[in-house]
Design a protein around this ligand. Structure first.
Ligand SMILES: C[S@@+](CC[C@H](N)C(=O)[O-])C[C@H]1O[C@@H](n2cnc3c(N)ncnc32)[C@H](O)[C@@H]1O
Length: 269
């Protein structure tokens, strides 16, 4: 019995991607090993795979040659499809009877506009399924041997986006929560956000880390303090995609490094 058969036997079979349906799936942070089996089932059944820039090419390579790949992301400052274009395309493909896999990096509903796409599909009456993925905020911490939670250290974990529609976001309440903060899409605003957090009285010596290209061959890790983070990132040329994590959980890494495969991945100043 294959692993597929074994899983299928324990639930209602492998889900079937029907003509005219859309699966809105997370591709995880990069490493194909972090794909869910349902996302893999989607890759194997889809006629069309509409994917974002951060979907790893090793993941896309799992699709059969018969599947058509459509790029719908942003690439190197070139004009990219608008969200309205993307949702219109998903609806058109579904109405044309295609089996559509909408594949997004990480989890489709975490800072990925998957919610907007699901709402558009619902409004258009297109039948869809959402397949969660491993979000970069958790994968990056795990890749860097930083426990997301540890009893006695934190009771919450804050996920926040470093840019978004409301650029006047108030960081002080997040700082006051005294819990680790995991930042997505932050590299272009890092100095401004770090300054806001310091102003809101997060201690300058709070441990902080940047994990770029987590779970890919380009993965790099920088461990520093909040006050030194921006200088170190500039000096070592850390660029997106990256996750920034600020809080005591970062210092736990020291104690795990001895036997962790994450050891030796740190960028050095
Ligand atoms: C538009 S958001 C999409 C987030 C995605 N839906 C998720 O759940 O991970 C893109 C941001 O996710 C983060 N990201 C995605 N993949 C990453 C990776 N492999 N390593 C580090 N950060 C990553 C970066 O902060 C990047 O700017």
């Amino acid at each position: 019995m294959t692993a597929w058969d074994s899983i299928a036997a324990r639930r209602e079979g492998v889900p079937v991607l029907m003509p005219g349906h859309v699966w809105l799936a997370g591709a995880g942070p990069g490493d194909p090993g972090l794909l869910t089996l349902d996302a893999l089932a989607g890759l194997q059944q889809a006629d069309v795979i509409v994917h974002d820039a951060l979907v790893d090419r090793r993941v896309l390579a799992l699709a059969p040659k018969t599947a058509r790949l459509e790029f719908a992301g942003k690439r190197g400052g070139k004009p990219s499809a608008t969200q309205a274009d993307i949702t219109a395309r998903l609806v058109a493909l579904a109405r044309a009877g295609q089996r559509v896999l909408r594949l997004k990096g990480g989890d489709p509903f975490v800072f990925g506009r998957g919610g907007e796409e699901a709402m558009a599909l619902a409004a258009a009456g297109v039948c869809f399924r959402v397949i969660p993925g491993v979000t970069a905020g958790l994968a990056a911490l795990a890749a860097a041997a930083i426990p997301a939670t540890l009893r006695g250290i934190n009771r919450a974990l804050i996920f926040a986006a470093g840019h978004g529609a409301g650029e006047d976001f108030d960081w002080a309440p997040l700082a006051r929560a005294g819990q680790p903060i995991v930042l997505y899409m932050v590299m272009h605003n890092l100095e401004r956000i770090v300054a806001s957090l310091l102003e809101a009285d997060i201690a300058a010596q709070t441990p902080a880390a940047i994990i770029a290209w987590a779970t890919t061959p380009k993965e790099r890790i920088l461990v520093s303090t909040l006050e030194e983070l921006c200088d170190a990132a500039r000096e070592l040329r850390f660029e997106p995609p990256a996750i920034v994590v600020i809080g005591k959980i970062v210092s736990l890494r020291e104690r795990l490094l001895g036997a962790s495969e994450s050891a030796g991945k740190d960028a050095r100043r």
